[in-house]
Structure formats: C-alpha cells, structure tokens
Design a protein around this ligand. Structure first.
Ligand SMILES: Nc1nc2c(ncn2[C@@H]2O[C@H](COP(=O)(O)OP(=O)(O)O)[C@@H](O)[C@H]2O)c(=O)[nH]1
Ligand SMILES: [Mg+2]
Length: 347
C-alpha cells in the first residue's frame, strides 16, 4: 500500500491476470471462466482491484441488463439450494441461461454451508448453461451485498437471463437482497411454527412470491395447511406492489411438482410490473438507494479515519460516558473535528 497512484499499484502486481479490457470482452462473449475471474476481481477489497472493478463495470455499462433478478430466501434447511437446482435445470433445459449467486453472511460461523450449497446443486454445477458462485467469504454483510450487487451486473452482461441470489433467512441480509432483486421469493416449510420460520411480518412484507416447499409425501398435507395459513396472514399486509397480491404456492424441489407454476408466477409478476412501469421504477429506486448507501458508508469510514476525530475520540467518549459532557455536546465536538459547523445541520 505504499504507492498512492492506482496505475502504479496495478503495475506492481502484474500477476493478477487478464486486463479489464480482456475481462470485458470475455464477459460480453459469455465466457464463464472470464466471468468467474471478473467476480473474483469485484470481490477483492484491495484498492487497486476496486479501481479495476469499477472500470470493468463502467466498461460493461452498456451491456444488456434485462435479466430477471430473482431473490430466493428462507431459513436454512427449507430447500433453497435444492429448489434452485431443480428450477434452474428446468430452465436451462428450456434454453435459458441461469446464474446463481449466494449471499451467506453466516457461512463462516456455520461452516461448510458453501460446500453444502455446492453439493446441493450437482447438476446445475456441471450445466454449461449455468453459472454458480458461492458467497464471497468474509467481510461485513454490507460489503458482501455490495459485491453481490456488482456480480449480478456482471452475470447480466455475460448474457444470463435469470440471475438467482440465494440468501439465508436471517435478519438484515433479507432486506439487502430484496433491495437488489426484481422479484423476492420466500420459501417456507410446511408444518413449522411461525417462530421457527422467522415470520416476523418483516420477511412476508418483502415477499413478492411465497412458496411452501417440501409439499411431497408425508409433508403434503402440512404444506397445504401452511399455504392456507400464509395466504390469510398475507391478507393483513400491504401488497409490495400496487395491484400485486403475492401468491402463495406449494412445490417440491425433490419431485419437481409445482415448479412450473412457480416459474409461471415469476413471469406473471414480471409482466405485471413491466406493464405498469413499476419494474423499471423499482430498478431506478434501487440504484439510487444503493448510491446513497455507498455515500453514507463512505462518510462513516471517512469519519472514523479522520485524524482529528481519532485524536479526540477517547477523551470525548470518556467525558460522555462519565456524564461530564452531554451526548449531544460530545457528538457536536466529534462532528466539528470532522470538519462541520458545531451548531450546523449536524442532525
Ligand atoms: N422432502 C423434501 N426434502 C427436500 C426438498 N427440498 C429440499 N429437501 C431436503 O432438505 C434439506 C435441505 O435442503 P437445502 O436445499 O440444502 O436447503 P437450504 O439450506 O435452504 O439451501 C436437504 O436434505 C434436502 O434434500 C423437498 O422439496 N422435499
Ligand atoms: Mg443452501
């Protein structure tokens, strides 16, 4: 990190592989290996790589972007990977190209879930019309989400017409993923209590489509019951898009039953939103929201690394903690150190 010019840093690491131009050309040609390398670049947090990644994304800005971005969510074990494998292979058999990205902030903690995902998609993993990418490892959830968002763009530019983002049904990752896809599909288990499924209004409010999986064998009856319960629970919620009441369906990733109807519902959703302009409007909103999220995280970083802030931080914190300084006065001092008016528009 000694040099401060990006060009100098690039030159200092000549062994990193293809140039941005070569990556862009490879991606436009639909080359999976190049797509994989480009995603590796996007996932890197080295400043030189970040700069290259941004150049690559700019280079590809005019590439097609009309894929369906589908988020697939649900608690671990609900069958997300199995569902994506089963749906994905059906779609590639029908001539579509399918990319799968995973957002799994828990992959470190739970261990092995990335491997698990790989083994759950054995057919898709060797399907030439499919591309599977496990979650970028490490980093804060926001960072993982940023990389996933950029990876989606790369997949689209490579000609995938469906980009599926698999997420874990935990807290904030749901909101982040819902904010980067066109259609947010939530998988549910039959016969598990609401509590177990994390059905706090939150996730249902995000859902464009709800699917009870494992509607097979002895699970069939429970699945139908869950479907009815969910449908009535949804009545109480505001629909995510005007005129679209999220359908509640059942399927089995194991037998394939119901998957065609799920896909039909995704297409119906797309057609409904496209007809009203809501599809493009949502993408515009998402782009703006993401821009501001980046601005805010950049500001936060700048705040915490500003020497003047670092210099007074411990002292201000101690004074506030001991009650010698009010929180508002402490905040004002820190903001002043950051370079803002003490009595300005600090809040
Ligand atoms: N009976 C049945 N089992 C399923 C179905 N889908 C997934 N499973 C099983 O549920 C377990 C978890 O599946 P997985 O796809 O890894 O779930 P994920 O953690 O949500 O990705 C595995 O043992 C699957 O074989 C289904 O439709 N029916
Ligand atoms: Mg999985």
């Amino acid at each position: 990190m000694a040099s401060d010019s990006p060009a100098a840093r690039d030159a200092a690491e000549p062994d990193r592989g293809p140039s941005v131009e070569a990556l862009a050309a490879g991606i436009r040609a639909g080359d999976r290996a190049m797509l994989g390398r480009a995603i590796t670049l996007v996932e890197s947090s080295l400043p030189a790589h970040r700069a290259q990644a941004q150049r690559l994304l700019a280079e590809l800005a005019s590439a097609p972007g009309d894929a369906i971005r589908l988020g697939v969510s649900g608690v671990p074990g609900v069958g997300k990977s199995s569902f994506i494998e089963a749906l994905g292979t059906r779609l590639t058999a029908a001539g579509r190209r399918v990319a799968v990205l995973a957002v799994d902030p828990s992959s470190r903690r739970s261990g092995g879930s990335i491997l698990g995902d790989k083994t759950r998609m054995p057919r898709l993993a060797v399907d030439p019309a499919a591309f599977i990418r496990p979650s970028p490892s490490g980093g804060a959830l926001g960072g993982v989400a940023e990389k996933t968002r950029e990876s989606i763009r790369l997949c689209e530019a490579a000609g995938y017409d469906l980009v599926i983002v698999e997420t874990v049904g935990v807290g904030q990752s749901e909101t982040l993923v819902a904010g980067m896809v066109d259609c947010f599909l939530v998988l549910m288990l039959p016969g598990a209590g609401d509590e177990l499924q994390g059905i706090k209004r939150g996730i249902l409010e995000l859902a464009d489509l709800i699917v009870v999986n494992k509607a097979d064998g002895r699970g069939m009856e429970a699945a139908l019951r869950a479907r009815a319960e969910l449908a009535s629970a949804l009545q109480l919620l505001q629909p995510p898009h005007p005129g679209w009441r999220p359908p509640v369906l059942t399927c089995s990733a194991l037998t394939g039953e119901g998957l065609d109807a799920v896909w039909a519902a995704v297409e119906r959703f797309r057609d409904h939103l496209r007809a009203s302009g809501a599809w493009e409007a949502q993408r515009r909103r998402q782009r703006l929201a993401w821009t501001w999220a980046l601005v805010e995280s950049g500001l936060r970083e700048a705040l915490h690394s500003r020497p003047a802030v670092v210099a007074i931080r411990a002292e201000v914190e101690a004074a506030v903690a001991e009650g010698r300084l009010s929180p508002a006065a402490g905040a004002a001092r820190i903001l002043a150190a950051f370079g803002r008016q003490q009595d300005g528009d600090a809040d």
